[in-house]
Design a protein around this ligand. Structure first.
Ligand code: FAD
Length: 287
């Protein structure tokens, strides 16, 4: 299990991967994990489709393989909006049977035309449920640019505090491209009395399509420096990859210099990009 002592005195480094689409063979994820070997992240988290999307089994299977076959701590994501208490209890048993002790408790995105179960309207309800259900290290999500449905930052941070009060002891942010949002968010989080470590979510943007999807999904703002880079290199895939990696490395150097608790790299299942970022930043995490 991820121990609270993990954060003592150093910046941690973690990865996120996602299960292959239902149409793709499960083995493709093992190629990604093979490609990440040797990078020694503190943990790897595995996403889970908001409405299940048929990949429940693969999230558990992959999280379990990360621990058992690759010897790396894993975190299983669990969105709850479309889960009943009964289904959540059965997920808990599945986690326990597979040795999964770290869970990122999420509400999940709203899926149009799908009726929520009503048992877990917010992630805080799942955090409370998991706290009662077993001995888990519980993580939760947070939003340096405010969750898109929240009326304002103050309200959103009040709801974040409900998650930590309920038992989430480790936070990971939504991706952001401007570190100033993160620093001002962190100040407000600490002022609200939230003491849990906050890992900064960093996504290397290596193609134009990715950024359009990203903005529509999470509303991350695009700083001038980033827009200029996109304008210059967006239509040149090789240069865009180099520029996107350099941009992410620059964000990480600045965050680690400022003493961030951790960096959570959204790998997009691309081990080559993760390797280049790790190579460029490895010594930063040594102290
Ligand atoms: P919550 O904490 O429930 O917050 C959602 C909204 O409800 C916020 O606006 C909040 O202010 C508000 N709220 C909270 N409590 C209350 C209350 N008591 N009363 C009124 N309003 C309230 N999605 C997936 O489907 N699968 C994944 O694997 C996944 N992984 C993610 C990983 C990270 C690191 C992040 C940052 C997000 C991830 N998401 C994932 C997306 C996430 O599910 C969405 O952002 C979702 O819209 C909100 O989830 P949450 O857990 O933050 O929700």
């Amino acid at each position: 299990m991820i121990s609270d002592s993990l954060f003592h005195g150093r910046t941690i480094f973690s990865f996120e991967v996602f299960p292959p689409k239902r149409s793709a063979p499960i083995d493709t994820i093992y190629r990604t994990l093979d490609g990440l070997q040797g990078l020694h992240p503190d943990f790897i988290s595995v996403t889970y489709g908001a409405a299940g999307n048929g990949n429940t089994a693969s999230t558990v299977q992959i999280a379990s393989a990360i621990q058992r076959q690759y010897g790396i701590e894993s975190v299983a994501h669990l969105p709850c909006l479309y889960l009943s208490h009964k289904q959540a209890a059965s997920m808990v048993s599945e986690f326990q049977e597979n040795g999964i002790q770290n869970i990122l408790a999420l509400r999940g995105d709203v899926v149009p035309d799908l009726q929520p179960q009503g048992d877990f309207p917010h992630a805080s309800a799942l955090v409370s449920f998991l706290k009662q259900a077993g001995n888990f290290h519980i993580l939760a999500a947070c939003y340096p640019e405010v969750h898109p449905e929240a009326p304002d930052m103050k309200t959103d941070i009040r709801h974040l505090k409900e998650k930590t009060d309920a038992g989430a002891s480790h936070l990971i942010t939504q991706l952001f491209l401007d570190n100033t949002y993160f620093y001002s968010f962190l100040k407000r989080v600490r002022a609200a009395g939230i003491t849990a470590p906050v890992e900064a979510g960093i996504m290397p943007v290596i193609n134009k399509k990715q950024i359009q999807r990203m903005v529509s999904l999470c509303g991350a703002s695009l700083p001038e420096k980033f827009r200029t880079m996109m304008d210059r290199y967006g239509d040149n895939p090789e240069a865009m990859q180099d520029a996107g990696i350099a941009y992410a490395v620059d964000q990480i150097v600045d965050l680690v210099s400022h003493g961030v608790d951790g960096i959570h790299l959204y790998t997009m299942n691309n081990p080559l990009v993760a390797r280049r970022i790790c190579k460029a930043t490895a010594t930063l995490f040594k102290n």
